[in-house]
Design a protein around this ligand. Structure first.
Ligand SMILES: Cc1cc2nc3c(=O)[nH]c(=O)nc-3n(C[C@H](O)[C@H](O)[C@H](O)COP(=O)(O)OP(=O)(O)OC[C@H]3O[C@@H](n4cnc5c(N)ncnc54)[C@H](O)[C@@H]3O)c2cc1C
Length: 395
């Protein structure tokens, strides 16, 4: 009999699996995609050099559990801080202070209602779309204020997705196996896939909240209403990337960031030589990302932004491209979770198991490190630790 079936082989699923195996439990991971890593994936085939389609930064790098795992695998952690904080620091701090003050006063209102409509506002709103994947009127001030401060942000030359792939090596993962239903009347669970039904003493579900809210997994016995509400209150925002291969002679020696149009919120965060690679990357967030993904215009917009920020010589040197489509990806349905205004506490709800044999984990259930691989890791290991305890004490 399987002790724990883990649904999803992203950061949370991989972290949980490693913890459960170390405790000597019998586990099985079921993954819908043909690869592990979920929202962390490195593509090397398309442009001939590593490009992280999703997670790229080891945020909180000095306390990030994926940092030592990268080193153990012999991968190159680039301990160089990004230069994106350089300008407008005082205006940024002022707006962030307003968000923190409102949260400290017990408010959980839209970020947009707290900020002055001054010349800096479009810039701040743009940054928020990259940070949260949503517009300032869709973001909860309490949720934003609870995010821990990342003092170190490092990249991995071979790609952060490669670190997850390496960490999953040897784990019992069945790829290409979407789970369609879970019977959790208990004790134990019955998990349905196209390949049949699997029985286990417990299940750990690590699916993105937008997939759960869309009913991507059927629970044969209704989940508690507050838990279903938490899926809906923590939707994934939208972020996308466009990469271009470029002659390295056109690039600075080290990674450099710039904003496409500093006077508009509908703009991109541009990176020259991301993770040290001969690439130009444009990062989209919020409505702009959502709209351009839907209309197939991400690449055209990225080319315009590169021309705007760096001139026509570099724009003319953009070669083969690689474009993500996270919203249309059925196993993600977005980028990372953002709590709706008034619903910051939904993250706590998500971490509350509806039965001793059914747990949920994933970045969305982290109150302080949501939207990152640190949150995914911590939520996965925390659920695994609870399951180890439960299974040890129950027959
Ligand atoms: C564009 C972008 C940029 C990002 N940048 C960063 C960054 O720089 N640093 C950082 O730390 N984080 C970043 N993130 C966020 C980070 O990728 C996520 O927080 C993290 O990967 C989430 O891990 P998870 O395990 O919670 O979810 P996921 O990685 O989504 O894992 C869930 C897994 O479940 C699988 N699945 C879905 N449905 C089913 C089903 N029915 N049956 C079986 N399996 C299923 C999915 O395929 C997936 O593998 C970024 C994300 C995006 C999209």
């Amino acid at each position: 009999m399987i002790d724990v079936v883990i649904i999803g082989a992203g950061g949370a699923g991989i972290a949980a699996a490693r913890r459960l195996l170390a405790a000597g439990l019998n586990i099985q991971i079921l993954e819908a995609r043909a690869r592990v890593g979920g929202r962390a994936a490195t593509d090397t085939a398309t442009l001939g050099v590593p490009a992280d389609l999703g997670a790229a930064w080891l945020h909180f790098a000095d306390e990030n559990p994926w940092t030592p795992l990268a080193r153990e695998q012999g991968l190159t952690v680039i301990e160089r801080e990004p230069d994106w904080r350089a300008d407008h620091q005082s205006e940024f701090e002022r707006n962030w202070g307003l968000i923190e003050a409102a949260a400290a006063a017990g408010l959980d209102v839209p970020v947009s209602s707290l900020l002055p409509d001054d010349a800096y506002r479009p810039r701040f709103d743009g940054i928020l779309t990259w940070f949260a994947g949503v517009e300032s009127h869709q973001a909860s001030c309490l949720d934003i204020a609870r995010y821990a401060e990342s003092r170190h942000d490092w990249a991995v030359a071979e790609g952060l997705g490669s670190v997850l792939a390496g960490a999953a090596a040897g784990l019992p993962v069945q790829l290409g196996t979407p789970v369609t239903a879970i019977d959790w009347r208990g004790p134990g669970v019955r998990v349905t896939t196209a390949a049949g039904t699997l029985r286990a003493r417990a299940a750990l579900v690590t699916l993105p909240t937008s997939v759960l809210a869309a009913g991507g997994l059927r629970f044969t016995h209704a989940l508690p209403t507050p838990l279903q509400q938490a899926f809906a209150d923590l939707p994934l925002g939208s972020c996308n990337k466009v990469f271009f291969r470029v002659d390295p002679a056109l690039l600075p020696p080290e990674t450099h960031h710039a904003v496409g149009n500093p006077h508009s919120a509908r703009t991109t965060s541009l990176a020259l030589r991301p993770a040290g690679q001969p690439l130009v990357m444009a990062y989209f967030g919020g409505e702009l990302s959502l709209e351009l993904e839907a209309s197939g215009q991400l690449e055209a917009f990225a080319r315009e932004e590169v021309a705007l920020a760096f001139g026509h010589d570099l724009a003319a040197g953009l070669q083969g491209s690689l474009v993500t489509g996270w919203n249309q990806d059925p196993w993600a349905l977005g980028s990372y979770s953002a709590a709706r205004p008034g619903a910051a506490n939904a993250r706590l709800q998500l971490a509350e198991p509806p039965a001793p044999w059914l747990h949920f984990a994933g970045e969305a259930s982290s109150v302080t490190h949501y939207s990152t691989l640190v949150g995914a890791w911590r939520s996965g290991t925390s659920a695994a630790t609870q399951l180890i305890e439960t299974l040890r004490t129950s027959p």
